[in-house]
Ligand binder design. Structure first.
Ligand code: HDE
Length: 728
């Protein structure tokens, strides 16, 4: 079939398995994706090739410029020097004005069952079709080289290369936004970005201009609760939810429209870092989330997300006490359940970050038949911004021709020329209607896939006004607070104290307490106030709400039925009991986790019963980069660890961050020395208390110990530690 034959671009069918990648699939191999086939000719591999100029001329020397004598001046005629330098001088492009820091991956989407009654979009019709996708996760505020683990919203943008053209679902990891009308976006971003005079702080909202703005923007109350919650510091891109945020429309074949909200649910469940840990990781490994995504895919632990939809019939538009067009509101799942309809699998890392992750251009206006917009004024403004921004970022109007942005279906129109034009358009007619080109390219009737906008009836006066139905700013913020667990509330209070504690202007802190938090919840306002030197509010300005939404918390969506892909540190030195180490390592690996041996220096350890390879030294890693820690037995190993402050710090810090800690035999001595206050580390058999699992006596079966430790790791974090006075 030829390239112009639409049939040649249909996504390939017949998945092997929905859940588990078949073992013979190599991580870098993607089975029959038409997008991958399209990208293949663009890929360059220079292995075994001679160096050439951009003109294809072979270069004989790239180390010395052409000079008049070995110590003489460089000659202008050195075309290789000039070309090499010219290209280098222009390598940088502007970063995204927001979401500059991101990581991408290829994959595919499969619907579980036809959604014909809801939408005519082909991507939702055939469960045997794998639609290729490219996904980009991002932070919002930081520059391109900023740290991954900052407190921020995360972008979750998905480009579906469907057989009807590209559909982009450009979402976030929080279901609500800061503002209701796009016209406020430049103000919001100016307020949160580093301050004008000194470009500080980097990738952080914890400064005066942001909180000044927020304190004057009550409509941001709900999302501020999300941003201060653990949702803003995800453990992994693979363990966070995604949301389309706006209400969109589904349209079926009969033309019937319904409202729809999109949700992405990570198959691994949600998990978050703790704030102290997130800040330390920003120094220890600023690429933490990027590395995690990359390594998971390389290891064949393909990240998976289920797609869910909340559907609201058009006649129910007014059913809620908030407006469906208001992007600062979510629909509680108790009112409209989420129906899970398909799955996204990420199974291939990009070959080149710049070509793919940097040059990918998302746009909420890229839709396909069966998906349409609503009048959400935030969405409407986005429909302008995302095309416009690519002109400066990607240097002209032909960015849709970049390999990563091309649809997998043919493109035919009368758009011509412009910087970087890649197409060689044939024929004289570049206009419509024409007779010289036989009338082509011709508009497609609806039955042939021509996009027809939903015929919504609209009436109104031209007016700059916010709808009164957008007026309740605090109820869902209160709902959020009331729906959290006490530990999550504590984290939120701490986060607010941190953020506002960094503000120098007292009036901003006071306004946040008295005008903002006190309208959400009195207890919250009082607790924040006492942490930031502000007089606690006397009056309770908040209105308790009946409607709760437990799903808003990270804890509510966590999965504790396994430890797949978690990362566990095993601390060991010479003299480690190899049987003890190998038993736990094997059990962890069998449960799908990764185990790394950490020692003073990497290399070979002489253990009791054999040799063990230490993967890393304390110098190049830290407890914050692991989900849990285990100290195997062995008297000499334990003694060496005890003499090492880094080892003590490792377990103490893990304890402080609520992580599972395990120890066997003499390894328990390290825990004892680390003074894990309140946990009884009695000698004897198997004990498990607040996520600390120990076995000292010889009579504990290794299996029982491993099971108890895995069970503790599965819980993610243990907030019930008797006494958190651990110095770390
Ligand atoms: Fe964006 N946003 N945004 N945004 N947004 C951009 O587009 C904008 C909003 C989101 O990985 C920019 O190509 C306006 C909501 C993601 O490449 C820009 C408004 C949501 C990404 C832009 C919003 C998002 C962007 C910057 C208010 C969640 C990264 C570079 C009306 C539903 C996509 C670019 C990627 C990026 C504008 C609000 C998500 C400037 C004007 C709400 C995930 O066009």
């Amino acid at each position: 079939m030829s390239q112009s034959d639409p049939r040649s671009t249909a996504p390939d069918a017949a998945p092997q398995s929905q859940d588990v990648p078949s073992p013979e699939v190599q991580p870098r191999e993607v089975q029959g994706s038409s997008k991958q086939a399209q990208l293949e000719p663009q890929r360059r591999d220079s292995t075994g090739q001679y160096l050439t100029t951009n003109q294809g001329l072979r270069v004989s020397d790239t180390d010395n410029s052409l000079k008049a004598g070995a110590r003489g001046p460089t000659l202008l005629e050195d075309f290789h020097l000039r070309e090499k330098m010219m290209h280098f001088d222009h390598e940088r492009i502007p970063e995204r004005v927001v979401h500059a820091r991101g990581s991408g991956a290829h994959g595919y989407f499969q619907v579980y069952e036809p959604l014909t009654e809801l939408t005519r979009a082909k991507v939702f019709q055939d469960p045997s079709v794998r639609t290729p996708v490219f996904v980009r996760f991002s932070t919002v505020v930081g520059f391109r080289g900023s740290a991954d683990t900052v407190r921020d919203v995360r972008g979750f943008a998905v480009k579906f290369y469907t057989e009807e053209g590209n559909w982009d679902l450009v979402g976030n990891n929080m279901p609500v936004f800061f503002i209701q009308d796009a016209i406020k976006f430049p103000d919001l971003v100016h307020a949160v970005k580093p301050e004008q005079p000194d470009q500080m702080p980097q990738a952080s909202a914890a400064h005066d201009t942001f909180w000044d703005f927020i304190s004057l923007m009550p409509e941001s109350a709900h999302v501020i609760m999300w941003v201060l919650s653990d949702r803003a510091i995800p453990r992994s891109y693979r363990m966070m939810e995604g949301f389309g945020v706006h209400t969109f429309r589904f349209i079926n074949e009969a033309g019937k429209a319904r409202f729809v909200k999109f949700h992405w649910r990570p198959v691994l469940g949600t998990a978050s870092l703790v704030w102290d840990e997130a800040q330390k990781i920003a120094g220890k490994d600023p690429d933490f989330n990027r590395r995690d995504l990359w390594e998971a895919i390389e290891q064949g632990n393909f990240p998976e997300f289920e797609l869910g939809v909340q559907i609201v019939e058009e006649e129910d538009e007014q059913r809620f006490d908030f407006d469906l067009l208001d992007a600062t509101k979510l629909i509680p799942e108790e009112l409209v359940p989420v129906r899970i309809v398909g799955k996204l699998t990420l199974n291939r890392n990009p070959d080149n970050f710049f070509a793919e992750t940097e040059q990918v251009a998302f746009h909420p206006g890229h839709v396909v038949p069966g998906i349409d917009f609503t009048n959400d004024p935030l969405l409407q403004g986005r429909l302008f911004s995302y095309l416009d921004t690519q002109l400066i970022r990607l240097g002209g109007p032909n960015f849709a021709q970049l390999p990563i942005n091309r649809p997998v279906v043919p493109v035919h129109n009368n758009q011509r020329e412009g910087y970087g034009q890649q197409e060689i358009h044939r024929g004289r007619a570049s206009y419509f209607p024409n007779s010289l080109g036989g009338g082509f390219p011709a508009p497609a009737p609806e039955a042939e896939g021509g996009y027809v906008h939903h015929m919504e009836r609209v009436e109104g006066h031209k007016i700059r006004q916010r709808s009164p139905s957008f007026g309740d700013h605090f109820s869902q913020a209160t709902m959020f607070w009331q729906s959290l667990t006490p530990t999550e509330q504590e984290h939120l209070v701490d986060a607010a104290r941190f953020e506002l504690g960094k503000c120098k202007v007292m009036a901003v802190r006071e306004r946040m307490v008295h005008e903002f938090f006190s309208r959400i919840n009195h207890d919250l306002a009082v607790r924040v106030a006492e942490g930031i030197g502000v007089e606690p509010p006397a009056a309770d300005l908040s209105q308790p709400v009946q409607q709760l939404a437990p799903e808003v918390g990270v804890e509510a969506r966590k999965r504790t039925d396994g430890i797949r892909t978690r990362k566990i540190a095993l601390l060991a030195e010479n003299g480690v009991d190899v049987a003890s180490l190998n038993a736990i390592r094997q059990a962890l690996q069998e449960a799908g986790a990764t185990a790394e041996v950490i020692s003073k220096f990497p290399g070979t350890l002489q253990g009791v019963g054999g040799e063990v390879k230490a993967d890393k030294g304390f110098l190049t890693t830290a407890s914050v980069l692991y989900d849990a820690v285990f100290v195997p037995g062995g008297a000499q190993s334990a003694a060496a660890l005890l003499r090492n402050g880094d080892a003590l710090h490792f377990v103490t810090e893990s304890y402080k961050h609520g992580k599972a800690i395990g120890a066997q035999g003499e390894g328990v001595e390290l825990l004892r020395a680390a003074a894990l206050i309140g946990v009884a580390l009695d000698a004897g058999g198997l004990q498990s208390q607040a996520g600390v699992v120990t076995a000292q006596g010889p009579d504990t079966a290794p299996d029982a110990l491993a099971l108890a430790f895995i069970e503790a790791v599965a819980q993610h974090r243990h907030w019930n530690r008797p006494d958190p006075r651990v110095p770390a």
